[in-house]
Design a protein around this ligand. Sequence first.
Ligand SMILES: NC(=O)c1ccc[n+]([C@@H]2O[C@H](COP(=O)([O-])OP(=O)(O)OC[C@H]3O[C@@H](n4cnc5c(N)ncnc54)[C@H](O)[C@@H]3O)[C@@H](O)[C@H]2O)c1
Length: 302
Amino acid sequence: MVSLENRVVIVTGGGRGIGREHALYLAKHGALVVVNDLGGSTDGSGSDQSAAEQVVGEIIAAGGTAVSNTDSVTDFDGAKSIVQTALDAFGDLHGVVNNAGILRDHMLVSMTEEDFDLVVAVHLKGTFAVSRFAAEYWRDQHKSGIDAPRTIVNTSSAAGLHGNVGQTNYSAAKAGIAAMTIVHSQELSRYNVKVNCIAPIARTRMTMQTPGLSDVMEKAVFDPGNISPLVSYLSADGCEFNGQVFSVYGGSVGIYQGWSIAQEVAVDKDWTLDNFAEAVDKLPREVKVNSQMDAIVKAASS
Ligand SMILES: NC(=O)c1ccc[n+]([C@@H]2O[C@H](COP(=O)([O-])OP(=O)(O)OC[C@H]3O[C@@H](n4cnc5c(N)ncnc54)[C@H](O)[C@@H]3O)[C@@H](O)[C@H]2O)c1
């Protein structure tokens, strides 16, 4: 049995899109939610407090419990204050859903330093920063003998796990988030923290602005609400997964195998250029992987 009853959960970027769905779903199932959102535009410019506040209003109107926070996850002190908001409002913290995100797509040759830095700051540094302050609190709790189950759910992307043209910054950050998930799952299990990661596909302002995707995204399977049951399960007391990356869209959830050596060749003597060339010639030129991108192609043709 998994339970979200009275679990205090932070959702970063909880004011819109997938994060908004997570916040509403978690609250509906009894979690006490900190809705964090800077409220900027998709490219990370600007801010608007009402994004987080509106979702808090919706949760309260539906009989749930939530507070807002409008700090940027890119700001180290801001990340600390997001964690502090949970402690001040609810006296504890059980889960973090690192979801905030922006896009600044460009081909490598035209990507600016700012495009790279800002996307990496929101996704990679933001995930690091909020997790870091949550983990510090959990380590201190553990040291004082308080041993409650805690969770982190990170948000990667098929673009990070399989690569995507025009997304050097985003793909690198999302691949880093998947790697960070594994490191944090290894480091934090001693404090009873489970750390997992999702790679979703859903209809949000982010995907609706992606050339070629908007028509496909209209399909029901890409409703952003379809992602939240998995995230809520991974945030619940009783979740047994740790260090895993899940693909998720519509009614489909998959578990990734991660980087895995598909085939190996070896010699029982020193490598020379000749015996090396002979050995690697036995390796396939390409290794087929199950990509989430296939799901989009399948949905487009259905
Ligand atoms: N939509 C998809 O198909 C898809 C696919 C793969 C991954 N993702 C990831 O899912 C997450 C949510 O994306 P979405 O599609 O719902 O996009 P969205 O633009 O609808 O929502 C992102 C939210 O993050 C907030 N945000 C941005 N920068 C922030 C910051 N510095 N601090 C706090 N909040 C900030 C935004 O204000 C916005 O409300 C992102 O991490 C995204 O990369 C989405």
